[in-house]
Design a protein around this ligand. Structure first.
Ligand code: MN
Ligand code: MN
Length: 311
């Protein structure tokens, strides 16, 4: 038997990375490509674990290297977020909803990127375009991914396509969108029981802005008071990660779902760029950015422009 083709999301996988991989592998299998399998690039977070248990879905294969593998990427297309040796693997397709990254692929491939709230929205659309009914577990997993990435359709990244796909999937999964969304947010666990390192690392992504390597972590919580109370601990962990990974800057975005905004903290030697970019003062309690809920849409492009302007 041939080596399988793995569908894989980014490192520090979230529910969208894991469930889009599961959903897309299922679709390809249903279309007759039996060698396609879901994979993950790291351990599962509590929310994703809850989703897989709830729908009795097996954990995707853990991949730690890409060398000599055939891969379909979902939910990422930047080298810093992919398996470390991604350049030594063969990327066959990309399904994405982030900015076009720096991964250069030598042969022509399917590269599907749309500014929607979740990769799972694009995967769900493919089921419907191919007239394949998602089984309840697959529909539930894809719906979970959409609700997770869009904070239950409340994030400014939410598109009309997300709003159309969510109820269609909910019907196949026999769940109520609002109830299931609340269940998912609760499954993220309470902040008090998580270590500062876990809070910073579980959704941590690295970017390169005009040659500056910057790490941006995000924690989305019902309310950020507990994060603010633990800022010293969080800043210490951010500084350790910054030094260990030799990053110019590490940013933590503590997104307050109720207030619809985010606390922002930063460590490193270019905090001035952050203050300039967001017109804020970084204090120990962090700056609060009103209306800012999306790293992808409201943080990354602003920082990219700010670093470019200073280069
Ligand atoms: Mn993701
Ligand atoms: Mn996503």
């Amino acid at each position: 038997m041939n080596e399988p083709i793995h569908v894989i999301g980014h490192k520090n996988p979230d529910t969208d990375s894991v469930c889009s991989a599961i959903g897309y592998a299922f679709l390809r299998n249903a279309l007759g490509d039996t060698e396609v399998r879901p994979a993950r690039a790291g351990s599962l977070n509590p929310e994703t674990r809850h989703v897989l248990e709830r729908f009795s879905l097996p954990e995707p294969d853990l991949l730690t290297n890409a060398t000599d593998r055939r891969l379909i990427l979902v939910d990422h297309n930047e080298i810093a977020q992919a398996l470390d040796d991604i350049r030594h693997g063969t990327v066959l397709e990309v399904w994405e909803h982030h900015r076009i990254g720096d991964l250069q692929i030598p042969s022509p491939i399917t590269f599907h990127c749309e500014p929607v709230g979740a990769t799972a929205t694009l995967i769900a659309e493919q089921f419907f375009l191919h007239d394949i009914e998602p089984p309840p577990a697959i529909a539930g997993a894809l719906l979970a991914a959409i609700l997770s990435d869009t904070l239950v359709l409340a994030s400014p990244t939410t598109s009309n396509k997300d709003r159309r796909m969510a109820p269609r999937l909910a019907a196949f999964a026999s769940v109520d969108v609002a109830e299931f969304g609340a269940e998912l947010m609760a499954a993220r666990g309470d902040i008090a029981s998580r270590s500062a390192r876990d809070l910073v690392e579980s959704d941590f992504k690295a970017f390169t802005f005009s040659g500056n390597r910057v790490g941006i972590a995000q924690v989305e919580v019902p309310d950020t008071r507990h994060l603010v109370a633990r800022h010293e601990e969080l800043l210490a962990v951010m500084e350790q990660i910054r030094a260990a990974q030799n990053l110019r800057l590490v940013i933590l975005l503590g997104t307050d779902i109720a207030r619809k905004g985010s606390h922002l903290w930063a460590v490193g030697d270019r905090r001035d760029v952050v203050e300039h970019a967001f017109q804020c003062q970084l204090s120990a309690e962090g700056a609060f950015l009103e209306g800012c809920m999306s790293r992808k849409k409201q943080i990354v492009p602003v920082l990219e422009a700010a670093f470019a302007a200073m280069a």
